[in-house]
Design a protein around this ligand. Sequence first.
Ligand SMILES: [Fe+2]
Length: 154
Amino acid sequence: MLTEKETPQSTEVLAALRQVVADSYALLGQTHICHWNVRGPGFFALHEAFEQQYTELFTAVDDIAERVRALGALAPGGLSNLAKMSQIDEIEEDAPAEKMVKHLADANRALVANLVVARNLAGEADDDQTEDLMIERLQVHEKTIWMLDSYLVH
Ligand SMILES: [Fe+2]
């Protein structure tokens, strides 16, 4: 039984938003591991860039989870639960620098795909605030993908 606030559309928006929380958290963790373990001639630039990315994600995931709460649902929690929900692969801790960058670019692309789903569902549900938040996140992750892909050009 749906409550007054809930509609089939808002239930879909919430499921998509919870997926975005899980994927953002996974990307945050992956980026942090890469910040610690990156090695090689690109160390200083990548160590710094990864720090900027996970710091930005830490704030963002808080905003997205709080949007889930504002819509009346609970935010997904627990590292094993988030890992199960997430559609982002894990990176090996001894991966070479270029493999890390490629992995993170692909992880950002996977998140973008789920952000697009959430943005479109929010649009269909006339949930402007969620749609706006998803658009904001898409801008950030598309920019991150551009930067990571640019590092890989020889
Ligand atoms: Fe650090």
